[in-house]
Write a protein that binds this ligand. Sequence first.
Ligand code: NAD
Length: 282
Amino acid sequence: TGESFIVGLIGEGITASLTPPMHEREADQQGLRYIYRPIDLTTLGRPGTDVGALLRACRDLGFNAFNVTHPCKQLVLAELDEVSDDAARLGAVNTVLIRDGRFLGHNTDFSGFGGALAGGLPDAALDSVVQLGVGGAGAAVAYALLKAGTGALTLLDLDPLRAAERAAALSGLFPDRRITSGTPADLPSVLPGADGLVHATPVGMHSHPGIAVDLQLLSPSQWVADVVYRPVETELIRGARAMGCRVLDGGRMAVGQAVDAFELITGIRPDAERMLAHFHEL
Ligand code: NAD
């Protein structure tokens, strides 16, 4: 069609992000002209509050769309002309489309996790889920679980106030669900009755090695999802698999947000399994 795309990723410390090569490789496979550049606030020495100025500058230089990440997912809201219903309800945007000079905000973190669940744990029971960690990633994951039909969601965080606030906000959006909150000390009482566990804290990353869950609390009938994707094979994923649980690693969520962003940007549904395979090569 001769259509071409210039896309950027705005955030702190994102120069080594795998999202740009994921998009570019898939675009190559689709026969599209597609350039995806990291715009690293850390390298530029600019604060997250400059996201609006950067968006406008890049729009004027012909960019078609952006992903935005930490610390800009909330800051960018004030710069947008339109926000999707889901992103507005979630209060976070990770994808900005430029259409006729206007900025349109979407969130593919939650939909990406939803796609990851459907692709990586097909037919998993989602009625009752325990989630550990309710920060940025946790907020998107909790929203995705409720959109996918979870009826009873228990949100646990080291910060009990944060967990309670998130539970209250989500109860407002999903009034027919049972959403409760607590701390990791509640795991022994709440985990045995759950269909699955989602881990959304930084524990298990290369920079925060370890495991936040006592594996002995798991039973083989349960599934376990981790949002941590560096490494993809966390201590939790390895241990849960050894316990006989079905597992979903954080790589699928990282790919899922890119799959859905690519579709919003190009209008073409990418090949999610091909993007996942490429992610694992990177
Ligand atoms: P964050 O700092 O916003 O939130 C982390 C939350 O975990 C905080 O509320 C903190 O209080 C809580 N916490 C920390 N240790 C805990 C513990 N031991 N028990 C219970 N709660 C604990 O961080 P974030 O941006 O949400 O990132 C969390 C992880 O998710 C990181 O590893 C990040 O790389 C990953 N992540 C993955 C994806 C993906 O696409 N797979 C996307 C975003 C973030």
